[in-house]
Design a protein around this ligand. Structure first.
Ligand SMILES: Nc1ncnc2c1ncn2[C@@H]1O[C@H](COP(=O)(O)OP(=O)(O)O)[C@@H](O)[C@H]1O
Ligand SMILES: [Mg+2]
Length: 247
C-alpha cells in the first residue's frame, strides 16, 4: 500500500477544452522521491495543482496515509491542503519581510501556532537549506537561489506530509541551481516524501527513487531511473529522452 495513491485521477480547467489529466494512477511510498518528467504541456504542473486542490479533480481518488483526500468540501479541502506543500518556479516571497518572517508567518498567523516555537523551527529550517546566516535578510538582499531556498523552508514550515516541487530551479541562473539541488538532496536524506518536477535530468536520476513520464495528461511509463532513462520502452519516452539528453 502506498503512502500516496492516485487512482484514475482526472482534472481539467474551467472553460478548458477537456481534461488535462486524463487518467493518472500513481503510487508513492513514504520517503520516496518521485521525479515527474515529460514534455511541456503534458500535465506535470496540473497534477501537482490537483493534489493541493488548486485544480479540483473531476474523477478518481487520492489516498494519503490510508485516508481518502476529499476535495469536495471547503473544510476537507483545507485539510487536504495541510498534507501537501508546493513550491513553484516563482518563489514569490513577501518583499517587506525578512527570510525568518517569510518562513514563520503562515504557521503563526494561519495555523495559530505559538510564535516562539514557530520561530525556533523556522531558524532550524533556514539552517537546513543553508541559510542560517541569512535569517534577517530581506528578499532583495538574497540571490535567486537563496530566495528559492527560503521558499522551500517556508513550505516545510507548514509541516507537509509531501513536498511538491515544480521546476524550482528553472528560473535560476545556472550557477545558483546547485545550491537549491543540494537543499533538496538534504531533504531526501531526511526522508521527506517528494514529487519533483524538473528538467534537471541528471538530478532526477540521482535523487528519484521512481521516475514518472507523463504525456498528454497520462502516465505513459514509470520505473526506477535507470530503467526509464536507459531502457525506455514506449516510443514517446524514447523520443523524449533522446531529445532531452542531446542538449
Ligand atoms: N490555467 C489554465 N487554464 C487552462 N488550461 C491550462 C491552464 N494551465 C495549464 N493549462 C493546460 O493544461 C495542460 C497541461 O499543462 P501543465 O500542467 O502546465 O503542463 P506541464 O507542467 O507538464 O508543462 C496544457 O495543455 C496547458 O495548456
Ligand atoms: Mg509545468
Amino acid at each position: 500500500m502506498g503512502f500516496l495513491v492516485l487512482e484514475g485521477l482526472r482534472a481539467g480547467y474551467a472553460g478548458g477544452k477537456g481534461d488535462v489529466l486524463a487518467d493518472v494512477s500513481l503510487q508513492v511510498a513514504r520517503g520516496e522521491v518521485v521525479g515527474l518528467i515529460g514534455p511541456s504541456g503534458s500535465g506535470k504542473s496540473s497534477l501537482l495543482r490537483a493534489l493541493v486542490g488548486l485544480l479540483p479533480p473531476r474523477a478518481g481518488r487520492v489516498t494519503l496515509d490510508g485516508r481518502p483526500v476529499d476535495y469536495g468540501s471547503r473544510a476537507s479541502l483545507r485539510a487536504a491542503r495541510d498534507r501537501f506543500a508546493i513550491v513553484f518556479q516563482q518563489y514569490n516571497l513577501f518583499q517587506n519581510m525578512t527570510a525568518l518572517r517569510n518562513v514563520a508567518i503562515a504557521p503563526t498567523l494561519v495555523k495559530k501556532r505559538p510564535a516562539a516555537e514557530v520561530e525556533a523551527e523556522a531558524r532550524a529550517l533556514l539552517a537546513k537549506v543553508g541559510l542560517a546566516g541569512k535569517v534577517d535578510a530581506y528578499p532583495d538582499e538574497l540571490s535567486g537561489g537563496q530566495q528559492q531556498r527560503v521558499a522551500i523552508a517556508r513550505a516545510l514550515a507548514l509541516r507537509p506530509d509531501i513536498l511538491l516541487l515544480d521546476e524550482v530551479t528553472s528560473a535560476l541562473d545556472p550557477e545558483l541551481v546547485t545550491e537549491v539541488l543540494d537543499s533538496i538532496r538534504a531533504l531526501q536524506r531526511d526522508g521527506m516524501t517528494m514529487l519533483v518536477v524538473s528538467h534537471e535530468m541528471a538530478f532526477i536520476r540521482e535523487v528519484a527513487t521512481k521516475v514518472v513520464f507523463m504525456d498528454a495528461g497520462r502516465v505513459v511509463e514509470s520505473g526506477p531511473p535507470a530503467q526509464v532513462f536507459d531502457a525506455p520502452r514506449s516510443p514517446r519516452l524514447r523520443d523524449f529522452t533522446a531529445r532531452i539528453l542531446r542538449h
